[in-house]
Design a protein around this ligand. Sequence first.
Ligand code: PRT
Ligand code: MG
Length: 225
Amino acid sequence: MSGDDTLVIALAKGRILTESLSLLSHAGIEPVEYPQGSRKLILDTALAQVRLVIVRAADVPTYVEYGGADAGVTGKDVLLEYGGQGLYEPLDLGIARCRLMVAGRPGANVAARRARVATKYVNITRRYFAGQGRQVELIKLYGSMELAPLVGLADFIVDLVDTGNTLKANGLAPIEHIVDVSSRLVVNRAAMKTKHRLIKPFLERMRRAVAASHRPAAAAPNTAR
Ligand code: PRT
Ligand code: MG
């Protein structure tokens, strides 16, 4: 769908969509219609050469690697789990920050025996424990990982932690920190060359939007006269 004269950007629907749209807007890219109020999967923007596609977070790397989109926004967790060589990752957007952690009942000892670890991040988890020479049994889940230790399905989970409230509400505690996570901009390797004319200014504007969003908000104008 993406001719040489258009830039297609894949955005993850769900919790990072609003912040992604806000950064894009600061970079001068405004959808004509907002995805939150629409069922459309392809959105035109005010720029004739830029279109947005809205996909599952875990599908963003696939769209970008295979050229269904030229660029995309998704979590570092998703990118690490996906692996692959087909993507450039030129920019940390600094949004949706959290940590990927091993968690379990407070005081549980991961090293005690061949523990069972439930997660949707099986690749990251396998690499993490293998890198430490520890043997674990992996159990793949698609969500609600926190339930697994409560019903005896697993000894530990590997999941994202932000405030820690979800773990706490389920009587669990963070045990080991695996990696810090934030959302990243990824770009298709071939498009980086063939669409350089479109991608270079897009990257530059996104860089500036990210830098501006990290600066403290400007002081409110003084209206008292
Ligand atoms: O939910 P769905 O299956 O549709 O897709 P998804 O889970 O891939 O997408 P979505 O919309 O849930 O977005 C997930 C992306 O948001 C992740 O890939 C991360 O990059 C980012 N992100 C940032 C988070 C969190 N913070 C986060 N806290 N994703 C999930 N959580 C969950 C976590 O899994 C746990 O259940 O929030 C809970 C913990 O939060 P605290 O604050 O209680 O610690
Ligand atoms: Mg989710």
